[in-house]
Design a protein around this ligand. Sequence first.
Ligand code: SAM
Length: 230
Amino acid sequence: MSGTLYGVGVGPGDPELMTVKAWRLISSAKVIAYLAANGGESTARGIAAPFIDPDSEEIAIDIPMRVEREPAQAGYDAGSAQIAEQLAKGTDVVFLCEGDPFFYGSFIYIFARLSGTYPIVVVPGVTSLTAAAAELRQPLAERDGIIKVLPATLEEADLRRELQNSQAAAIIKVGRHLPKVKSVLTSLDLMAHATAIEYATQPRQRIRKLEEIADDSLPYFSLIQVNRKP
Ligand SMILES: C[S@@+](CC[C@H](N)C(=O)[O-])C[C@H]1O[C@@H](n2cnc3c(N)ncnc32)[C@H](O)[C@@H]1O
């Protein structure tokens, strides 16, 4: 009997925003896996840290973050192989995912590699989208309203087209793409309707109107909520 891989959403930062199921799986896990971008600290592990058994085995999967996709793909291959080794022995593995595993989560790449061979359970988590709306006290959508999620990595023309006819949008993965996002929002006269939130629900959370931000980048863990309603 092979083990089961659990892709567990740990939420956006505040450990109290973790589901009871996530907490139960993490605190009883014998093997914990997570991604370490460029060999650095794992945000997901940091969020789950209070609940991790110090005797559990940890698999830190180093993913080189480059423009070229090959090094990251090789990292996912190697990480999936390490997880598969445990599963093949019959050991369950709990994979920690920041926010929700299937909402732009890197777990998707592990899932794609292992789902044909091993049993996988996905445990949803509170997303940055919903956490940010709560912290901003800005509802996302009501009645027949439409909310769009737009990665700032999109080409400028695509971003403009999507924002042009949107009632509300969350722009994620802002980082160094801030000047492009500002340029699009300015051209659509939406700057006054845009608010940035960094590290939502974490102790270092910061909220600013986009108009007040002079910098040309934001941290990776930030998003911009745009709402045409005042
Ligand atoms: C690869 S996506 C992962 C999303 C995550 N799986 C989720 O459910 O929210 C990373 C992007 O999500 C957004 N994000 C994730 N956590 C955040 C947080 N705590 N505060 C603000 N934005 C966050 C940022 O825009 C970041 O660039």
